[in-house]
Write a protein that binds this ligand. Structure first.
Ligand code: SF4
Length: 356
């Protein structure tokens, strides 16, 4: 099933077009100290290898801002500067040649923004207006209106300001740590504005908890046609963020990243070790660079005759387990019967055939 995307304008971020019918872009944020240029570039290069398409770096002070051109020269993907509080850092980031800046309207005054907008317009770079519930003053002053509505009101106010200044290369985000408020805010924003929306659940948390929160929140919005770029915020390595973002997009059929593995949860009917085999195949696939796959590729690993033959038949290749043995299917046809100890070597051989 293909989801119909909400219509948004196209904005160019250093050669990566977002919005409109362009693929939903995957972003991450460097977790190094920006002034440590070598470590920052090394991390970004690792992210480039796994298909991160836009990278943001924190710019907490002028020393960090002054490192941006050195970073930019050594990477391939568009560089975004994340600015809070000091408008001078935004101006310096633009001078350094970044492809986009992200500002938080909650903490930069509008009169100073005029200077930033003029400079960004002259350099033809986009600005993301990122409303974060945590830094929204009106949230603490107005308890009668819900968080999502207040976030969208703040956003509307800033969009108006940008448009009055003749600035339209805008990307929007409305992040809250709570999933329902974030979804509501994005729904409201997507009805009201046609600027591309950058999706995320901010400060989602560590590993599994953050992945679940992000998947539910971002997945819900994407399934409604909302969203043009995605960043999964996890308290872990940025590589994880990129993989999870692609997994969310792939699960909705919006981007293809890795082969799809269908494996049954196993139960008392299984007479083979599905858990070990499925995990081995999964690890094998995740260790293969994404660019080397011919996709789509669907692999089914099933425990018994209940759903096994049906799922295995529908996959590009699949295994339906029996008593310490299994039937191997390729594109709907039974190829052979194999013994359990041959499962992985045979799977490995089949997987290799799908490399470019
Ligand atoms: S396919 Fe068979 S082994 Fe796997 S969960 Fe279903 S019934 Fe159990």
């Amino acid at each position: 099933m293909a989801y119909s995307r909400n219509k948004t304008r196209v904005v160019n971020i250093g050669g990566v077009k977002i919005g409109g019918n362009n693929p939903i872009a995957v972003q991450s944020m460097a977790k190094t100290i920006t002034t440590d240029v070598a470590s920052t570039v090394a991390q970004i290069k690792r992210l480039e290898k796994i298909n991160c398409e836009i990278i943001r770096v924190g710019v907490p002070d002028m020393a960090a801002a002054l490192c941006l051109s050195k970073i930019k020269k050594q990477i391939r993907i568009p560089l975004v500067a994340d600015i809070h509080f000091q408008w001078q850092l935004a101006v310096e980031a633009i001078n350094q040649g970044v492809d986009k800046i992200r500002i938080n309207p909650g903490n930069i005054s509008k009169d100073k923004l005029t200077v930033v907008l003029d400079r960004a317009k002259a350099r033809k770079i986009a600005i993301r207006i990122g409303v974060n519930s945590g830094s929204l003053k009106s949230l603490h002053q107005n308890r009668r209106v819900d968080k999502a509505t207040l976030m969208v009101r703040a956003l509307a106010d800033y969009i108006q300001f940008f448009e009055n200044a003749g600035f339209k290369d805008i990307v929007l985000s409305l992040k809250a740590t709570d999933v329902p408020a974030t979804i509501k805010a994005y729904r409201l924003a997507s009805q009201k504005f046609d600027y591309p929306l950058h999706l995320g659940i901010t400060e989602a948390g560590v590993a599994e908890a953050g992945i679940i929160k992000s998947s539910v929140g971002i997945g819900t919005m994407l399934s409604e046609g909302i969203g043009d770029t995605v960043r999964v915020s996890l308290t872990s390595a940025p590589e994880e963020e990129v993989k999870v973002a692609y997994a969310i997009l792939q699960s909705l059929g919006l981007r293809m990243y890795y082969p799809e593995i269908i494996s049954c949860p196993t139960c008392s009917r299984a007479q083979i070790d599905i858990v070990t085999l499925a995990n081995r195949v999964y690890k094998r696939i995740m260790n293969q660079p994404q660019a080397s796959w011919k996709l789509p590729l669907k692999i089914a690993i099933m425990g018994c005759a209940v759903n096994g033959p049906g799922e295995a038949r529908e996959a590009d290749f699949g295994l339906a387990g029996g008593r310490s043995e299994g039937l191997l299917f390729r594109r709907g046809k039974i190829i052979k019967k194999i013994r359990e100890k041959e499962f992985y070597p045979v799977m490995e051989k089949e997987i290799k055939k799908w490399h470019r």
